[in-house]
Each structure stands twice: as structure tokens, then as C-alpha cells.
Design a protein around this ligand. Structure first.
Ligand code: MN
Length: 766
């Protein structure tokens, strides 16, 4: 035996010991000798199969499945079947072992779960939406056996914990995907601890400096925080002891990711995030006494001692959150003048809050469906409706994940939970597809309202239908739930295809009159002129008549070079052809070029004077030179630049990673880019003119618009300006901040205005 073989043997022995520890630490894994035996057998099989394989970090591969099994057993509290599946989760994908092999040794359950965790073949192809397709498969398996998703989350968690050994461009992609889909999923399943860790790890790789800065600040304030918590905990302990409660008081700070999110959303510094501290009172429910009442008992003790913030009482015990969470939250003022959130829970509620789904089943009343069951049911419906290869599905699922819930009542008083923002029409579809299709309006609390009416929690809703009513395409504007959208879209999919076909015909004829044919160049111009995002949408609207081609002449002669929407050129790799923009090139040729020339894992260099490629600036996030950017190559082979932290970019990285290339700016001093700054402060005479003088005279920067407003001596301002790069902008901001009266100046990121961010805000609390 060589030195190496001996080392490997030693490592394998360490791995074996780890498995024995996992079994010993979880009572559900050694309930009977048989389970224990099966777990050991799974380890031996996985170890054999992965022998000779190593992870990027250099350690033996087998340590990965073991780490996943450990998370499954210890952090999710799952039993033997899950531990076995976790140990075997990569063998079918990466080794010669087949599903049939697993089935014959471990039975059909394990085989089904591992199948669900195995990616579809050909995942490494750069074709269409493999990521979305794989994700769909994962969900299909999840509705069969929910343990699939719990093990997948454990797998992702371990990969995130060890992400440092991956190359940088992969780190971004994996971190973005984690933040976009896996963390929300953990949240939706009630796995609070895992969700928080996934978010923090993603942030650490996406924005290492910002992550570190917040971590350092938290560390620096540790003593302060402890003192504040103690000043509140001490009196509460005395009172609880006096009336014989058994309890545990834990303190925690808001997670780094939540703090970061809040700073970004509200555009405030760390010091102004007021709800950083939280305290938890977890009590042991007294035998034969009502848990809810005991929560309120603790609540009244707390609020006797400390003044609560009136609008911050959250009662999740009368109606638990959709992910099963139960607790009572209040925010009180500490003696030193800081707000501290206090969460009151029983031990049972605490276990559900930390472990979510797994704990849920432990307490589930037999035969009774809970919120999680309902959720899985809704995923099943969604899977049945959505087209198999569609990105729509990804969006629909995402929507479903973020929705925060409200209670709506039927005329008979039955309560149905709906996402916030749902309309009467959503509600109709929620109850029954046919009710949706024939809905003409609703009585909300006995008052007649249109079907677009936005419901509020607690509304009682009666749907009014008519046999004559038929769904309309515009309804898509009135619905927000994934279910309603899927129902309406399904109905119109066929119709839409017809319109698209007609639209293409009409356009072809129009162009023929001018001796032209449809080319990529012409399509680009038309899309710009009519503000549509894709070729199909253009045809559809032409076919339907919402776009009339009356002014097609203007569109065709339009210059694509203007100040805001530019087509620039850039180079990457070795680019052979220089005629991408020529008028006689067809779509197909462009697509083919896209595949051939998609630079893989390479950095695109963005410079002013490069020659052969075009790119545009995404209007959602408006990056400027110097910002961290990624480029998305769209179907027309145009590069669209997004800020790396733009939610749209994160979504694209998660669903269409194959079309993302990382990009880097060269120094820019030729072209200028639109940016927006926001400022606020104490109003005084001449302030506006001083600020604008710095911008236009001292710094020689062009402004597009200036808007100032003043109320009771306090002003806010918004300035749009054309700037070369992020460094220049930073310098300008520093200069303006020195103007007397100016309290705060910052660059405004427009991506924060969109819906996604609002949803994120909803869902990131403690
Ligand atoms: Mn894995």
C-alpha cells in the first residue's frame, strides 16, 4: 500500500466515525437495530461508490454526503430514511450506481427520494432553461415526498458553507440562486435557522465587504447589546419566577442579511436600524392549561414592566403564519431608550419556529390538513397547469413563495388564506376555476365591488357570476396569485398562438410593400418603438391590433443611437465577424452565433471604443461603469447589463445561468450614463443653486432633471445626471454632502422600487 492509500484509509475511518455519531445523536436513527444497520450500509455503499473522488477543496468526496446527512438528522430532525437518502444523494448522478440498485438494497422510498435529488441528464448542456427544468423536477418529487426538498436544502446549505473553494464566477451564480429560490423556500417551509444561514452566506459571497462591515459593527456593540437585554430580562425573570413559570430567555440580533436588506431598502446607515435586538421568552406549557392564554399572561407581564410600541403587536397565535409559525410579538422600550422586540412562545411553538416542517408533523393532529399540506397541494395544482418548459412556472412558483398571507372569509364564514394584494378575482379562482371564469364582480362585506377590487384581511367575500361572462386577456392585470394567472394564461395560450401567427403575417406583408423582409435589426427597432420586450409579444400585439403599423415608417427610419437607449459595441474573446448589425442577417443566424460565441465563464470587458458587440443598460437597475455588473445575452444576442445585486439579474442567474456572462468595465471617460441621486436636509436659501452649481459648473456634469421639495423647513431632492463612472459619482456625492444644510446624499438604485423588493421586505423580519 502506498502512503496515499494509507492516508485515504485513515480519512475513511474518520468518515465512518462521523456516521456513528450521527446515529448516536438522533434517537430517530437508532430506534431499532435495523435502522442503524441500514444507515451503516448506506454509508459503506456511498463510500465505495465515491472512492477516488474529491471535492474542490481536496477533501474526500464522502465527507459531503455525510455533512448533508448530519444537517438532515441534527438541524432538521429527520429520521433514518432521510439520513440514508442523504448519504446516497449524489451516487446516482456521479457514480455507476443506478436507482434500481438502490431500490433493491434500500427499498422504493429511498430510491424515489434519491431520484428526486438527481439532476436531469444533460444538465450541463447550454440549452434553454435546464435550471428551470431541473427545478421543476425537484418540485414534482417534492409533492410525492416532501423529504426530497428538505434534503435538497441540507445539500445546498453544505455547498454554501463550503463555497469558498469554488471559482469566483460560480460563487456568484450559486449565491444568487440560493438567495433567489432556496432561502425563500426554507422560509416557506418554516426552516428559520436554515433560511437565515443561507441568506447570510449568500450575502457573504455576493458582497463580502458590506457583509464584513456589518459583522464588525455587531461585534463592536456586543457588550452594549448584552446590557440592554439584561436590563429587560432581569425584571421579567423576577415576575415569571414569582408565578411559577418554567421558561428560557434567549437574546439574538437581527441577521446580517436582514440588517443589510433594511439598510438598502430604507437607504439608512447601520446606526439607524432600530430593531436590531430581539429577545425570546420560551415557556414550558403548564399541564392542563391553555397555551394561548399563557402567552397572553406572559405578554401582560412584559407590557406591565415596559412600554410597548403601540403598532408593533403581532398575534401569530390566533392565526398562525402560512408556514406554521406561531408566536406573540411585541416591541418594548428598554430603560436606556432602545426598542427591543420580544417574542413569546411555548416550547412547542419554538420547535416549529426553528425546525418548521419536520416539527410540524410531530404535532400534527391525525387526518387534519395543515397550512403546509395546503401549500403542497397548491404546488401540485401549479405543476399540473404550467407548461413543462416554461420560465413562467419559475415565476409563478416564486410568487407563491413570497406571498404573505391574509384571511378572507366565504359567505358561510369559512376562512381561506390568500396572499396580500389578492383581488376579488383571485379569490374566485382560489375557490374554483369555473367561479373565476364566470366572475363578474363580488360583494365584499355586503357591498358590490368590481372584480379588480383589492381585498383586505378579514373581508367577507361573495363572488357574483354570470353564465354569459367570459375571461378576458386584460384580467391578467387584475390577478396576482399564481393559480389565477395560470388558469387565465392556459385559456389564452391557444388564442395567443393564433394572434402571434397573424401578427407575423401582417408584418411580413407590410414589409413586403417596402421590399423588406423581417430581420433582427428591424425587429430590434420595432421592439424599441412599440416598447415590447420580445418578438412574440410584438407579433401578438400586431395580430391583436393593439399595435397598428401606421407609423411603421418612423420606426424603420429611427436611429437606434440616442442618449438614453444606446447600442454600444464591445469585445470579448476572439470575435470573427463584424457584420452582426448588417440588415440582411436573419434571426436564425444570430441565434447560432449566440451559441457559438457565448463566452463561458469568461469576463467580458466593457470599453468605450470596442467594435463588434452590442450591449444595452438594463433600465431596472441602471448600472454605470464601475458598478459590479453581469451581462445577460438575450434571444437577439444583445447583451443587457445589470447591476450584480439587481433582483432581475438574480432571477436570471437562477433561471438562465447559461445566458449570463460576468462583465467588467474598463475606465470610462467617453460615454456618459444616467444615474440618480437623492438628497435630504434642512432647507435654506440658495441651497438648490449651490448644489446645482457644484454639479454643473465645478464638476462639469450634465443634469437631466432636478426636483426639490420642501416641507416645514426640511427638503428632499432628486437629481438625474449623466456621469462617466461610479468613482466620479462617489466624488460628486462627497462634495454635495459638504454643502451646509445637506444631511444625506446617496445614489438611488431604481431596482429598489420594484415589486420584488417590496415582497422581500415583507418576508425579511426576524
Ligand atoms: Mn450534493
Amino acid at each position: 500500500m502506498t502512503q496515499d492509500d494509507i492516508l485515504v484509509q485513515e480519512q475513511e475511518e474518520i468518515a465512518r466515525q462521523k456516521v456513528i455519531e450521527i446515529i448516536a445523536n438522533n434517537p430517530r436513527c437508532h430506534k431499532n437495530a435495523d435502522d442503524e444497520q441500514r444507515i451503516r450500509k448506506a454509508f459503506e455503499l456511498a463510500n465505495e461508490a465515491h472512492r477516488g473522488m474529491r471535492r474542490k477543496s481536496g477533501e474526500l468526496y464522502i465527507f459531503h454526503p455525510i455533512a448533508v446527512a448530519k444537517i438532515v438528522a441534527e438541524e432538521e430532525g429527520l429520521g433514518a430514511t432521510s439520513v440514508i437518502s442523504a448519504l446516497l444523494h449524489d451516487v446516482v448522478e456521479d457514480t455507476n450506481i443506478t436507482l434500481e440498485d438502490l431500490e433493491s438494497v434500500f427499498g422504493p422510498k429511498v430510491a424515489t427520494i434519491v431520484d428526486g435529488l438527481t439532476k436531469l441528464e444533460g444538465v450541463f448542456d447550454q440549452t434553454a432553461s435546464m435550471q428551470a427544468e431541473n427545478f421543476r423536477k425537484l418540485l414534482m418529487s417534492m409533492i410525492e415526498d416532501v423529504r426530497v426538498i428538505l434534503i435538497k436544502l441540507a445539500d445546498r446549505l453544505h455547498n454554501m458553507r463550503t463555497l469558498a473553494s469554488m471559482p469566483e464566477h460560480k460563487q456568484y451564480r450559486i449565491a444568487a440562486e440560493t438567495l433567489y429560490i432556496y432561502a425563500p423556500m426554507a422560509h416557506r417551509l418554516g426552516l428559520f435557522a436554515i433560511k437565515t444561514e443561507l441568506e447570510d452566506l449568500s450575502l457573504k459571497y455576493e458582497h463580502p465587504h458590506e457583509f464584513q462591515a456589518i459583522a464588525d459593527k455587531l461585534k463592536g456593540k456586543e457588550t452594549d447589546y448584552n446590557n440592554i437585554i439584561e436590563s429587560i430580562a432581569q425584571p421579567i425573570r423576577e415576575r415569571l419566577n414569582a408565578i411559577g413559570f418554567e421558561y428560557d430567555i434567549k437574546a439574538r440580533t437581527k441577521s446580517i442579511y436582514s440588517i443589510w436588506r433594511k439598510m438598502k431598502n430604507k437607504n439608512i446607515p447601520f446606526e439607524e436600524v432600530y430593531d436590531i435586538l430581539a429577545m425570546r421568552v420560551v415557556f414550558k406549557s403548564k399541564e392542563g392549561m391553555n397555551e394561548k392564554n399563557q402567552c397572553w399572561d406572559v405578554y401582560s407581564i412584559v407590557t406591565d414592566l415596559f412600554k410597548p410600541k403601540p403598532d408593533r403587536l403581532r398575534d401569530w397565535i390566533s392565526s398562525p403564519k402560512a408556514n406554521g409559525y406561531e408566536a406573540l410579538h411585541t416591541t418594548v422600550m428598554s430603560p436606556s431608550g432602545r426598542w427591543v422586540e420580544i417574542q413569546i412562545r411555548s416550547e412547542r411553538m419554538d420547535e416549529i419556529a426553528e425546525r418548521g416542517l419536520a416539527a410540524h408533523w410531530k404535532y400534527k393532529e391525525d387526518g387534519k390538513e395543515n397550512e403546509i399540506d395546503n401549500w403542497i397541494k397548491s404546488i401540485r395544482e401549479m405543476l399540473e397547469k404550467a407548461e413543462s418548459n416554461s420560465l413562467d412556472f419559475f415565476d409563478a412558483f416564486k410568487l407563491n413563495l413570497f406571498a404573505s398571507e391574509m384571511m378572507i372569509f366565504t359567505p358561510k364564514g369559512e376562512s381561506i388564506s390568500m396572499p396580500i394584494g389578492s383581488t376579488a378575482l383571485d379569490f374566485a379562482f382560489e375557490i374554483h376555476t369555473n367561479l373565476g371564469y364566470h366572475c363578474i364582480g363580488a360583494k365584499v362585506n355586503y357591498r358590490l365591488e368590481p372584480l379588480s377590487y383589492v381585498l383586505k384581511s378579514g373581508d367577507q367575500v361573495e363572488i357574483i357570476t354570470s353564465e354569459k361572462q367570459k375571461p378576458k386577456y386584460e384580467w391578467l392585470n387584475y390577478v396576482t396569485t399564481a393559480k389565477a394567472k395560470a388558469c387565465i394564461k392556459e385559456l389564452f395560450r391557444e388564442e395567443r398562438k393564433n394572434y402571434i401567427f397573424m401578427g407575423e403575417e401582417i408584418l411580413t406583408q407590410e414589409l413586403q410593400k417596402r421590399k423588406l423582409t423581417i430581420t433582427a435589426r428591424i425587429l430590434l427597432k420595432l421592439k424599441r418603438t412599440y416598447h415590447v420586450s420580445s418578438k412574440d409579444e410584438l407579433y401578438f400585439q400586431i395580430g391583436k391590433g393593439t399595435i397598428s403599423l401606421d407609423n411603421i415608417e418612423d420606426a424603420l427610419t429611427m436611429k437606434t443611437e440616442n442618449k438614453l437607449v444606446k447600442i454600444w459595441k464591445l469585445t470579448f474573446g476572439k470575435s470573427s465577424s463584424s457584420d452582426d448589425d448588417s440588415d440582411d442577417e436573419t434571426d436564425e443566424e444570430l441565434d447560432e452565433n449566440a451559441n457559438k460565441k457565448m463566452p463561458k465563464g469568461k469576463n467580458v470587458i466593457l470599453s468605450d471604443e470596442s467594435e463588434t458587440r452590442r450591449y444595452t443598460i438594463a433600465s431596472c437597475c441602471n448600472p454605470i461603469p464601475g458598478d459590479d455588473v453581469v451581462a445577460y445575452v438575450d434571444e437577439d444576442n444583445t447583451m443587457i447589463l445589470h447591476a450584480r445585486r439587481c433582483p432581475v439579474a438574480m432571477k436570471l442567474m437562477s433561471s438562465r445561468g447559461d445566458r449570463i456572462v460576468s462583465a467588467q468595465w474598463e475606465s470610462h471617460k467617453v460615454l456618459s450614463y444616467l444615474a440618480q441621486i437623492e438628497l435630504a436636509g434642512i432647507d435654506r436659501k440658495c441651497l438648490v443653486s449651490e448644489v446645482t452649481k457644484i454639479i454643473s459648473q465645478d464638476e462639469n456634469v450634465n443634469m437631466r432633471s432636478v426636483h426639490f421639495e420642501s416641507h416645514d423647513g426640511v427638503f428632499t431632492g432628486n437629481i438625474f445626471l449623466y456621469i462617466y463612472n461610479a468613482t466620479d459619482l462617489q466624488l460628486l456625492i462627497q462634495k454635495i454632502s459638504k454643502v451646509k444644510g445637506v444631511d444625506r446624499v446617496s445614489r438611488k438604485d431604481r431596482s429598489e422600487d420594484n415589486d420584488f423588493m417590496r415582497d422581500m421586505q415583507e418576508y425579511t423580519s426576524f
